[in-house]
Design a protein around this ligand. Structure first.
Ligand SMILES: [Zn+2]
Length: 446
């Protein structure tokens, strides 16, 4: 756990101190010299050039030993064999011996407004926790995410916290709190009656997402969410509202198609929570860009996804965490049926050649533990470390239309992470974060 988190938790140490620590080193020095510090620190934008000289560079696709990366302000200028990088005058040099430099990792499915369900059940978080409490937690979650090496996160719904993700994103962009660049979904859309929390049938309680139905209701809700800041629109294409609590489709084909058309006409993509074959099928035909979870996916539905170019964000870490919260002693107990089903669906998705996004549904488990999805894909699902590194960088960037990041190359954002060891050989190295840079600003350095 990063040092400053402890600092934050110690009584008597406020944000001012943590801000200094966070923006320590290069950026902190600049900030101190210019007489700014604390909450209103100017964006500690580094001026001039800096050469990062690690043992190797993973550029989003493959590993290059002996490469160095030149940055200027918030952008990468060049990357290549160290001897061939042309250095402008007064270039600072940061040697990173034994470290591998990567593009900042991209979390594909987070909920910064949630905290782990073994700390508080989802119902309690939605119904009992104030928005102020949830936002206060979320600022810490954002810091942990960034310092875990994830410089971008697609945050897929506030789960009852309204548009708090929009404000959180603004606070990060204004350097009030450190955190990843965010793509936010705001409230998300559910069909009336399909979602939760559910208490007595006599009580209408606040829901974890916005209920909307039909032509008028859905067009209005999608536009309202976009107008208030949604970068992506999230829809629950199915949910556990069957007669026996099993997952069943929610919106009709016509409704899903309308949601996608309304979002797309304003330049936003739609992501669908779906785990039933029929919910997934409708979402694919409607034109969503990614399907989240996909636990009940069949070979047929994955082939349909492949045909329509829809990516799957499998969130294996959330499935793993929830099974353990329900009492599964991993390694000792037999594998639960839901996890076995997850393995079957992942095998079918791979057989169909579906593109995968990397996202763990973090929030169900602890923020900052984002690497869990990468580790599980390697250890439990047979992926190579190189495959998951590509998913977490260039792969996610492509799926999420983030052409300015996910790779290391000229003109791209200087969002960079250095880890000890070689993560293309051993995925455990992604836990060994030694440097985090976002937009040329160092948030952590050796
Ligand atoms: Zn989720």
């Amino acid at each position: 756990m990063p040092k400053f988190i402890y600092t934050l938790r110690k009584p008597g140490h406020g944000l001012r101190r943590s801000g200094r620590l966070l923006l320590g080193g290069w950026a902190g020095l600049l900030s101190a010299l210019s007489g700014t510090s604390g909450l209103h620190a100017q964006p500690a934008t580094p001026t001039g050039s800096m050469l990062l000289a690690p043992a190797a560079v993973f550029d989003g696709q493959s590993l290059h030993a002996g490469w160095a990366v030149l940055i200027e302000n918030d952008k990468i200028v060049s990357a290549g064999p160290a001897a061939q990088v042309v250095l402008p005058p007064n270039t600072r040099r940061l040697d990173l011996p034994g470290l591998t430099l990567l593009p900042g990792l991209i979390e594909g499915h987070s909920h910064l407004l949630l905290h782990p369900y073994d700390e508080a059940p989802w119902n309690d978080q939605v119904l009992l926790e104030s928005q102020a409490l949830r936002v206060a937690r979320a600022t810490v979650h954002a810091q942990r995410t960034l310092l875990a090496g994830f410089t971008t996160a697609r945050d897929l719904g506030t789960e009852g916290a309204g548009y708090a993700d929009v404000g959180l994103k603004q606070a990060i962009n204004q350097d009030i709190v450190p955190g990843p660049r965010l793509l936010v979904a705001t409230r998300a859309l559910v069909a009336t009656g399909s979602y939760g929390p559910k208490l007595s049938v006599d009580e209408d309680v606040p829901q974890g997402a916005q209920e909307a139905d039909g032509v008028d209701g859905l067009i209005r809700a999608v536009r309202e969410q976009m107008g208030k800041g949604a970068d992506v629109v999230k829809v629950y294409a199915d949910y556990r509202w069957g007669s026996n609590g099993e997952a069943q489709p929610t919106f009709s084909q016509e409704e899903l198609t309308l949601i996608v058309q309304t979002a797309r006409s304003a330049g936003r993509g739609v992501v669908a929570h779906a785990s039933t074959p029929e919910g997934m099928r409708r979402a694919v035909l409607a034109g969503v860009e990614t399907i989240e979870h996909g636990d009940g996916g069949t070979l047929e539905v994955f082939q349909l996804m492949k045909k329509h170019g829809v990516a799957l964000c499998p969130t294996v870490a959330a499935s793993d965490a929830v099974a353990q919260y329900k009492g599964w002693h991993k390694g000792a107990d037999p594998v639960p049926a839901r996890i076995q089903q997850k393995h079957l669906s992942m095998a079918a998705a791979q057989k169909a050649g579906v593109t995968l996004a990397l996202g763990g549904d973090v929030g169900v488990f602890a923020h900052g533990d984002n690497a869990r999805e990468m580790e599980l894909l390697v250890h439990d699902y047979g992926f190579t470390p190189l495959q998951v590194l590509r998913l977490a960088t260039s792969g996610n960037a492509q799926i999420f239309h983030l052409a300015d990041r996910g790779r290391i190359g000229p003109g791209l954002l200087a969002d960079l992470v250095a880890v000890a060891g070689d993560p293309t050989q051993d995925v455990a190295a992604v836990r060994q974060i030694r440097l985090v840079m976002k937009g040329g600003v160092l948030y952590k350095q050796p």
